[in-house]
Structure formats: structure tokens, C-alpha cells
Ligand binder design. Structure first.
Ligand code: SF4
Ligand code: SF4
Length: 176
């Protein structure tokens, strides 16, 4: 079973030229794709519970802000903790995602790291959370949310690197 899955993953990597697109070596490309498959499986399993939840939050990574320096006018409140977007740039992904989610009734948090999630949950009880992050942060968050019995939907970054990161807005729209 495992050998068959591995062969299928390797075939997909070759077919879609994932190594060329990402610059990863074969073993890292396999890990990337397996993580993606695991993530989609969790999303599918949690989907019904997520859609039935009434109180939901969206968690965005601070690395997807257009600016990571003082040009970003967001206010950081360490007591929550979250950045609150000041809407300084219409083409900022965080700005767009925040507006979209708030219009759909979500509370929105823009956080500097996954450890902020447990702090947020100390003062707010959500039934469901959608989160945008890189693969490593998603893995940590899935474990944390599972322990809190919260339905999760993960949207992976399509460009990592802790600055100027990118996620797919269409995926976010469909998830929310
Ligand atoms: S739009 Fe918001 S998150 Fe983006 S750079 Fe401006 S204040 Fe920061
Ligand atoms: S790339 Fe991942 S670890 Fe780095 S800041 Fe963004 S979410 Fe956090």
C-alpha cells in the first residue's frame, strides 16, 4: 500500500514537474506532496462539521502582508494577539482576505506564529477555524485544533518563505 502510494506520488511529481517548479530535490518534493495529500484528506473529513459551525474564525499569517516593515499600517495588539489591518494597500492579500471573511461573518486574526492560536482560544470559543499557513504551521495547528475539538479547514501557502508569501484567493473564497 505504502509502496504503491509512493510510486503514485513520484509519478505525479514527474508528470507535473514539481521539482522544476519548486526547486526541491526528489525526497523533499515527495514530502511536500504527501503533506498536501494529508491536508486535503483532513479538509474533506472536517468539511461537514466546518459548514455546520456557527461561530467561525479565519486565521491569516503575518507573512502574507504586502509589507513586513513600517509601511504596513496594521496595529499589533499583543494581548489577543493579532494584527488589525489598516487597509493601506488594496492589493495586499491580507487586506483582501480580511474584508472577504468579515463580510461573511468571520472573526479575523493575522498572527505572527502558530503559538498565538491557543492564546486566541483562551478568550474566544470558536466551533470552526479556517487557517492559511505554510505546511509546517498547518501540521502544528491541525494537532492543536484537534485537541480542542474545533473543525478546521487549511489553505496552504503556495509561496513560502516567511515574507512576501502568497495564498490562492480563489481557494480561500471556496473554503469560506
Ligand atoms: S493592507 Fe493591511 S495588512 Fe496589508 S500592508 Fe496595509 S495595513 Fe498591512
Ligand atoms: S512561512 Fe510559515 S512559518 Fe514562516 S511566517 Fe509564514 S506561516 Fe509562519
Amino acid at each position: 500500500m505504502h509502496k504503491t502510494l509512493l510510486k503514485n506520488v513520484q509519478d505525479i511529481i514527474r508528470k507535473f514537474r514539481i521539482q522544476e517548479a519548486t526547486g526541491l530535490n526528489l525526497s523533499d518534493a515527495i514530502v511536500l506532496l504527501q503533506d498536501f495529500i494529508d491536508l486535503q484528506a483532513v479538509n474533506l473529513l472536517e468539511r461537514r462539521r466546518f459548514l455546520q459551525a456557527k461561530k467561525r474564525a479565519l486565521i491569516l499569517p503575518h507573512c502574507s502582508r504586502k509589507y513586513m516593515d513600517s509601511r504596513c499600517k496594521a496595529f499589533f495588539d499583543a494581548s489577543i494577539p493579532t494584527y488589525t489591518c489598516a487597509h493601506c494597500s488594496n492589493d495586499c492579500l491580507v487586506n483582501k482576505a480580511e474584508r472577504l471573511a468579515k463580510a461573511k461573518g468571520y472573526d479575523v486574526y493575522v498572527i505572527p506564529g502558530g503559538s498565538c492560536i491557543s492564546k486566541i482560544f483562551k478568550t474566544n470559543q470558536y466551533e470552526a477555524v479556517a487557517g492559511v499557513a505554510c505546511g509546517e504551521e498547518i501540521k502544528l495547528s491541525v494537532d492543536a485544533l484537534g485537541n480542542m475539538n474545533v473543525a478546521g479547514q487549511a489553505i496552504p501557502l503556495i509561496k513560502n518563505g516567511c515574507a512576501n508569501t502568497v495564498f490562492n484567493m480563489e481557494t480561500l473564497v471556496q473554503t469560506l
